[in-house]
Design a protein around this ligand. Structure first.
Ligand SMILES: O=C(O)CCC(=O)C(=O)O
Ligand SMILES: [Fe+2]
Length: 351
């Protein structure tokens, strides 16, 4: 019988105000460092991005996802990490595709043929670009603080994520749309023992430096599972916490790059978007917008204590993708073997 209930535990995710940033940098730095050292997740309030700007970005995103699939397929996802995909991202922990579609946007040259042609939605590109620059500017404030927290010069991380002067900049805005789930059908499948916990986005840690996540109040689903000790391992525990936030708050998490760059002092935490199946879950469609701060290819990554070998930003990302790919393949192999064994025994595989 598949597992149908989640073990939840309450944790308080720190809420950090960025009001009066320039006079409060040291206080804000202390709060960010503490949050990064503990659960690796925090929410920001009083940022330079208003609720109206966030809502406008969601409207822009909804207008894109409402287009027919044939139109979205004009800008397909490619391995430059740009473009539109649907039900195609497979996570190492599930071996199955996430129940979502997403559209990834970059600043630099990789976008040359990946912007939606303007005749479909004339306002799409300018709106998305304005929002990307706002998210970058907010990220740079956090980069300054984390540089101070680790004893690097103030601009150290900012120049490693330079989107103005580096055409090969890798930072990404990802628009996400998770599909609506029929509540009654889901309850029937669970009661019949035909459905276990599944995922809109399977459990994972992000590869980037920092992720900024914009969500819509009411469209819940993001859950975290802290406790990861080293950046090179995939292990995670089994107790989850729902991430709560107020309108206008930006939920942020440390990614593997910052974990590595801090010699594992800051935690890149496992998180997921569970598919709704339990009481209190949100069954409607979920839209979210994530901004991933990815390193420029030529920056040099190494923590102050030199715990990990010095690598370029490009090499760091390549290794992270390779680890991910190997883990996905291993999981798919395991699922295949379980299905075969279940087929031989004449029972349904519990995957
Ligand atoms: O949509 C969300 O809430 C989380 C998305 C996420 O974790 C990701 O895309 O890496
Ligand atoms: Fe993530």
């Amino acid at each position: 019988m598949p597992t149908t209930t989640t073990k939840y535990t309450n944790r308080t995710i720190p809420r950090i105000s960025l009001a009066d940033f320039s006079t409060r940098i040291n206080d804000i730095t202390a709060q960010l460092v503490h949050a990064a050292e503990t659960d690796g997740f925090f929410s920001l309030t009083d940022t330079e991005i208003s609720i109206a700007e966030i809502e406008a970005m969601f409207k822009t995103s909804e207008s894109f996802f409402a287009l027919p699939d044939e139109v979205k397929a004009e800008v397909p996802f490619t391995h430059d990490n740009v473009g539109w995909e649907k039900r195609s991202q497979v996570r190492p922990f599930t071996g199955l595709p996430d129940q979502k579609e997403s559209y990834q946007l970059l600043f630099g040259t990789a976008m040359h043929d990946k912007w939606l042609p303007a005749h479909h939605l004339p306002a799409f590109k300018p709106s998305a670009q304005t929002f990307m620059h706002k998210a970058q500017s907010l990220s740079e404030k956090l980069m300054l603080c984390f540089a101070r927290g680790l004893g690097f010069p103030d601009t150290y991380f900012i120049s490693a994520h330079d989107v103005q002067n580096k055409p090969s900049a890798q930072s990404v805005l990802r628009l996400l749309h998770y599909f609506e789930v029929d509540e009654q059908e889901s309850a029937q499948l669970t009661a019949a023992g035909k459905q276990g916990i599944s995922y809109r986005a399977g459990p994972h840690a992000d590869w980037d430096f920092l992720t900024l996540l914009f969500q819509r109040p009411g469209e819940s689903g993001l859950e975290i599972c802290p406790g990861r000790e080293v950046v090179t391992e995939f292990g995670f525990g089994d107790f989850w916490t729902k991430v709560d936030f107020a309108p206008g708050d930006v939920v942020c998490n440390v990614g593997d790059l910052l974990m590595s760059w801090s010699d594992d002092r800051f935690k890149s935490t496992f998180h997921r978007v569970k598919a709704p199946c339990e009481a209190g879950d949100w069954f409607g469609p979920r839209y979210s917008v994530a901004f991933f701060n990815q390193p420029c290819k030529d920056c040099v990554v190494q923590g102050p204590r030199g715990k990990y070998e010095r690598v370029s930003g490009e090499e760091f990302t390549r290794r992270a993708m390779e680890r991910n790919f190997r883990a996905v393949e291993a999981k798919k192999g395991e699922l295949g073997r379980r299905k075969e064994a279940a087929g031989r025994a004449g029972v349904a595989a519990d995957v």
